[in-house]
Design a protein around this ligand. Sequence first.
Ligand code: AMP
Ligand code: GLY
Length: 436
Amino acid sequence: MRILVLGAGGREHALLKAMRGAQSGESHELHAAPGNAGIAQLATCHELSVTDAKAVVELAESLAPDLVVIGPEAPLVAGVSDALRAAGVAVFGPSAEAAKIEGSKAFAKDVMRAAGVATARAQRIEPAAGSSAQGPGDGADVAARVDRVLDAFGPHFVVKDDGLAGGKGVVVTDSRAQAADHARAVLAAGNPVLVEEFLAGPEVSLFCLVDGEEVVPLIPAQDHKRAFDGDHGPNTGGMGAYSPLPWLPEGAVERIVAEVCRPVARELARRGTPYSGLLYAGLVWGEAGPAVIEFNARFGDPETQNVLALLQTPLAEVLRAVATGHLADLPALEWESGSAVTVVLAAPGYPGAPRKGGAITGIPQDTAQAYVLHSGTARDPEGRLVAAGGRVLSVVGKGADFAAARRAAYEVVERIGLEGSFYRRDIGKAMAQMEQ
Ligand code: AMP
Ligand code: GLY
């Protein structure tokens, strides 16, 4: 197959690695746009803006791929999959209408209400008329409303910038003052604020392949969202992940599919906007079972790096089956039985203002147990590998158990040089302790 992947991160590097076809004996011709320095080692990279539907269609028309896979949410929300489908291209990724499950929190809550899916209660507060990035307008009423809503939802506070913030506009805190400050700052910037009920319990990321009403789950993962060890520091796009989740009760994945993912797929089909692609349910596993924090319309990062590490079935066939409406015909997915751990190496300053351009050294050759995927890298004019994003590398380790997977990943992370960079040392640590 000739395959084009849109995107430039660790997720896309993982997708391409899993689609190489090396294990299955096939050889696929891989292209990426725009890709990064790591992706360039296994695919031909094409420079373009992934949200520019016209440019993407032109590239697809010139390459005539058997499959286009859309990695990030921005092109999905911008309708790039619709433009590709209209041009007759087989594309993995939902329509703009269906991608609203990620792009609009109000739409997602409405779908969940109609489908009877458990989720956090939420209230939206609009900025005062006249407020802008230059400062708040006449905000006395709005300030009073913030106070009322926070009082109604406390004592744990969840305050979100109600846009596509990649998890970075979210503050979860027990401090009412910090919650109110964040709400005020978001409103002062002219954005609406979402205040949510705090959902207590461990988090689960469950990715499902969805083709209309057909739903096939991948193995679950847990992301580590906070920047620093022990879940301290600001929320990030994700600093690491582990799979599977040994603490989940028997039958939990089937319950999430039955109570969350399938009802949502059915509701979208009922509305005449069936979902085709990857539906990512971000959940809390609470006392009563699963409750949704959010949906994403795409593979998650860094969970994808981790989940695909254990997938044995060749990925290209799987994604093409979804793209062509044949998910129901696909044989059951096969998985390795061990554990996987992914550790993200971040540039200094991430998630605030990461410093780019630092030279990266010490990346070893891939082995079956440990390999490095590139998240934000580029080549400088001299051809040296440099940091080009907040999250720079994703190091994947595999093993018979979590202790072995962690050893494999951290042995590699520790050898990599990037001035001022940091990583969490506790990815999957609690799981390894449980094994003792
Ligand atoms: P989001 O961008 O909505 O995924 O939020 C980022 C992170 O904040 C999530 O992964 C959770 O760790 C946390 N979070 C968001 N909403 C809630 C909630 N309602 N209850 C508890 N934690 C939450
Ligand atoms: N790991 C979180 C995300 O991809 O949104």
